[in-house]
Design a binder for this molecule. Structure first.
Ligand SMILES: Cc1cc2nc3c(=O)[nH]c(=O)nc-3n(C[C@H](O)[C@H](O)[C@H](O)COP(=O)(O)OP(=O)(O)OC[C@H]3O[C@@H](n4cnc5c(N)ncnc54)[C@H](O)[C@@H]3O)c2cc1C
Length: 378
């Protein structure tokens, strides 16, 4: 097995925290990845798979187990399911943004608004990555994965992965185990062949972010360039020189609450209904109508509310940090907790708990972390 000398995970994660694992395996081919995982599972030791380390918050103590780092790469072009489409099968360790750049250069549409998201292709379905109205669920056809329970490599359709808002059956949410323990080995996407043609953007969210009027036509290259500039302004493109990007991206998820709870929040708090707001219709056959209308059925609707708004309106502004702490909110974006240089996981966790407590005491809800936590608690 391609075992390498372990290094502290602070060197392999973008939030720059984490102690040393007992073992580190670098898998550069699919066969190496499969052999490494089967070996680790046979020994029954703690393990996790590492991509680009951009959605992980790792504790300071040594990790008493094996980290398998996926370093596979490669893009295979396959026929699309219909005229004007193409399929790409991409190895899990391939850099996500390098894939986006390649699709834009080849004139394939579908993931250009997700330019600049760090990490690997294999990790992208794990939390159904998304930005500016595009999510991988819109183009994902299937993945090839290896399942811990059987050790078998299988092809699994996108529908079976339970992709939702920053979630899938494979994601380890804080305080729970994933519904399915498996590692993605390759990802197949279906994209549209549009070439260098300028086209209007259908997504209102993307038009809004890029300041475009409906009907304004732009190319894939234009979208990628402008998304990268917009993200960089918010510290959302990795930059070794800029501590505002030494983060795990958004540390807290937008909260999903009931519509009734959302009504208790100030009207200015941005919110987006998750289910269509339709008045349910009850049909009463004329023969059965006795002149009395039944009460309307109670429909529980969910609403997504802005975590950034809640944080800012709980009194925490950009750049907030405790005296002497090396952890702070990004100076560009309150949702990103950042490492201002050599911060320990304990310092990041202290800040995260403070943000959660402020929001909970002002608004009565506990924000949930978006990154996967390893060896650390909030
Ligand atoms: C500056 C910045 C901006 C970001 N912006 C966005 C954004 O706009 N939208 C967004 O959705 N996310 C964003 N993120 C979060 C992150 O980039 C994505 O979640 C990304 O997909 C993580 O990829 P990774 O390879 O770094 O995963 P890692 O951090 O290495 O791993 C994350 C989790 O996935 C698991 N995992 C990794 N690879 C696999 C695999 N092949 N199979 C199964 N499990 C696997 C790991 O074990 C871990 O539990 C941002 C992060 C940063 C630092």
């Amino acid at each position: 097995m391609p075992e390498v000398a372990p290094v502290p995970l602070s060197q392999l994660t973008t939030l720059r925290t984490g102690g040393e694992p007992a073992r580190l395996i670098d898998a550069s081919t699919l066969d190496e990845a499969v052999a490494a995982l089967r070996g680790v599972w046979a020994e029954g030791e703690p393990w996790f798979v590492l991509g680009g380390g951009s959605n992980l918050f790792v504790g300071d103590e040594p990790f008493e187990g094996t980290v398998v780092r996926l370093r596979t790469s490669g893009i295979e072009e396959l026929p699309g399911s219909r005229e004007g489409t193409v399929r790409l099968r991409v190895q899990a360790g391939h850099d996500w943004d390098a894939l986006v750049a390649e699709t834009v250069a080849r004139g394939f549409a579908g993931i250009e608004a997700m330019s600049g998201i760090p990490g690997t292709v294999g990790a992208a379905p794990v939390q159904n990555v998304g930005a500016y109205g595009q999510e991988i669920v819109q183009t994902l056809v299937e993945v090839e994965l290896i399942d811990e329970s059987t050790g078998d490599v299988e092809t699994v359709s996108a529908e079976e992965l339970g992709l939702g808002f920053r979630t899938s059956v494979l994601k380890r949410h804080y305080g729970s185990v994933p519904e399915r323990s498996a590692v993605i080995l390759s990802v197949t996407l279906e994209l549209e062949r549009v070439g260098a043609e300028e086209r209007p953007i259908a997504s209102e969210q993307l038009r809004g972010a890029l300041g475009l009027e409906p009907g304004h036509a732009v190319s894939l290259r234009w979208i990628r360039d402008h998304v990268l500039t917009t993200r960089a302004r918010k510290g959302m493109v990795l930059d070794a020189e800029d501590p505002d990007t030494w983060s795990a991206g958004s540390f807290f998820q937008n909260a999903i609450v009931s519509e009734a709870f959302a009504r208790t929040l100030p009207a200015e708090c941005p919110r987006w209904p998750l289910t269509p707001i339709l008045d349910p219709v009850t049909v009463i056959p004329l023969a059965a109508f006795d002149g009395i209308l039944p009460p309307p059925p109670v429909v529980s609707r969910q609403v997504k509310v802005s975590a950034a708004w809640l944080i800012e309106n709980a009194g925490l502004s950009r750049g907030f940090r405790f005296p002497r702490s090396r952890a702070g909110l990004s100076t560009k974006h309150t949702l990103a907790l950042t490492n201002r240089g050599e911060a320990t996981a304990a310092e990041i966790a202290e800040l995260a708990r403070f943000v959660q407590n402020r929001v909970a005491s002002e608004f009565g809800l506990v924000l949930q972390p978006e990154p996967v936590l390893v060896n650390v608690e909030l």
